[in-house]
Design a protein around this ligand. Structure first.
Ligand code: MLT
Length: 262
């Protein structure tokens, strides 16, 4: 089922009486990146996935986004749907949103799953890369940027064995509103560092990382996991940055095992 909340497209699967999981996707993707998780988890959980403002089916408006406004959107969805302490599951940019949401309102969640993400903010080099990306989208259009960015996201294994799916992902993101994509880049560029909050997290945490994640490598994620009390850290073999898409079976197993104790 699809609902519009605060102008955003929100997708609901499973029985709303069950424990809920809210999925926050990465950049430059949409809620469909969680398809394989939702297919399996919706048997036992109420699964809520939405398109971040400006991406997928959620309109870009003026594209003036901040990490704070992304967290505001997440909070509004949770409140509107009256979700009772959902499990928060975010990948990469979805993890940035998730970590800032925990820093602001951890009491709204019962557990957190962080896939292929990081807690530190963009350094100078990272900020300049975001600026160059925006300039490139302005001068060359979105498609070339999307192709290069997405190519770097996936591991060799997926690109070779699921080439058709991989090409479809590129085509889908290339058709997004460039205003929304640039708005996400600005929000990520301006986000705060949430590292200091990691050792204050009290809810159970699962940290998942692809073995060959080029954007948020296992060493970065291990350091993050080590800072969260009692966090479970799982490395997914033969996998790049997009672990839920590249290795759905392994990621689903890790999530199901983790959720058994929640
Ligand atoms: C993502 O997958 O969301 C992006 O790689 C995050 C980023 O560009 O920092």
């Amino acid at each position: 089922m699809k609902e519009t909340i605060n102008g955003l497209s929100v997708f609901l699967e499973g029985n709303s009486k069950n424990k809920s999981i809210i999925f926050v996707h990465g950049f430059p993707y949409d809620h469909t990146m969680w398809k394989s998780q939702i297919e399996v988890l919706s048997e036992k959980y109420f699964c809520v996935a939405y398109d971040i403002r400006g991406l997928g089916e959620s309109p870009a408006g003026d594209g003036q986004f901040t990490m704070e406004s992304f967290v505001d959107d997440l909070e509004i969805i949770i409140d509107e749907l009256k979700l009772d302490k959902p499990v928060l599951c975010g990948l990469s940019m979805g993890g940035y949103i998730g970590l800032r949401a925990l820093e602001r309102m951890e009491n709204k969640f019962s557990a957190v799953i962080l896939c292929d993400t990081r807690s530190d903010a963009d350094g100078n080099e990272g900020k300049l890369k975001r600026a160059a990306a925006i300039k490139r989208i302005n001068t060359e259009g979105l498609a070339l940027f999307a192709k290069d960015f997405i190519t770097n996201c996936y591991g060799k294994h997926y690109k070779q064995n699921k080439n058709e799916d991989f090409e479809k992902r590129i085509a889908k993101s290339s058709a997004f509103d460039p205003v929304g994509v640039k708005g996400s880049l600005l929000a990520m560029l301006g986000r705060n560092d949430t590292t200091e909050y990691l050792n204050k997290i009290e809810i159970p945490a699962l940290v998942i990382c692809g073995e060959f994640d080029a954007l948020t490598p296992p060493a970065v994620m291990k350091t993050l996991a080590d800072k969260i009390n009692g966090a479970e850290f799982v490395v997914i073999k033969n996998c790049g940055h997009m672990s839920p898409i590249e290795k759905p079976k392994e990621v689903n197993e890790a999530i199901k095992n983790f959720l058994k104790n929640i």
